[in-house]
Design a protein around this ligand. Structure first.
Ligand SMILES: [Zn+2]
Length: 142
C-alpha cells in the first residue's frame, strides 16, 4: 500500500479530511450559518446536508475541484503529489494517479500549481500529512 492509499484510501475518508480542513472548529452551514454535524451521505460523501436548512454544502464549491466529476480520492492524491513536488509533470501525475487521460492530469496539475502559487509563503513545510489539503481549500474565504 502506498502512502497515498494509506492517507486517502477512499472518498469517504477524503471527505472527512476535507470537512475538517474547511471547518476546523466543526461544520457550519454556508447557507444559513447553523453549526452542528450535518447529514452525511454514504453514496455522495462530497455533499454535506445542513440539519437546520437542509441545503447541501458541497465540498468542491469554490475550490479547484468545482465542476470536476473526478472522485475526491484522486484530487487528494493529486494534491499530495503536487504539494510535495509542484514541478511534477502532467505525465508523471497521470502515471501516479493511474489516469487514462493525459488532459485530466494536465488540468489537475495546472489547477493545483496555481493554488501552490497563490498560497506562496503560506505553503510551509508542515508536519501534518494532510497539509496538502490546503490546495483543495477555497480560493476565497466565505
Ligand atoms: Zn443551513
Amino acid at each position: 500500500m502506498t502512502e497515498l492509499q494509506r492517507l486517502y484510501p477512499d472518498d469517504k475518508t477524503c471527505a472527512m479530511h476535507l470537512e475538517r480542513a474547511r471547518w476546523p472548529d466543526g461544520f457550519c452551514c454556508s447557507h444559513c450559518g447553523a453549526p452542528g454535524a450535518p447529514y452525511r451521505s454514504t453514496t455522495r460523501p462530497s455533499v454535506l446536508r445542513c440539519r437546520a436548512c437542509r441545503k447541501d454544502n458541497r465540498l468542491a464549491v469554490g475550490t479547484v475541484m468545482e465542476g470536476s466529476h473526478l472522485p475526491l480520492r484522486l484530487w487528494c492524491w493529486a494534491a499530495h503529489l503536487v504539494w510535495d513536488r509542484p514541478d511534477l509533470s502532467a505525465a508523471e501525475l497521470q502515471r501516479q494517479l493511474g489516469l487514462s487521460r493525459y488532459a485530466t492530469a494536465w488540468m489537475m496539475g495546472n489547477h493545483l500549481r496555481a493554488r501552490v502559487a497563490a498560497l506562496g509563503a503560506d505553503r510551509v513545510a508542515a508536519a501534518d500529512p494532510h497539509a496538502c489539503l490546503s490546495l483543495l481549500g477555497r480560493a476565497t474565504g466565505d
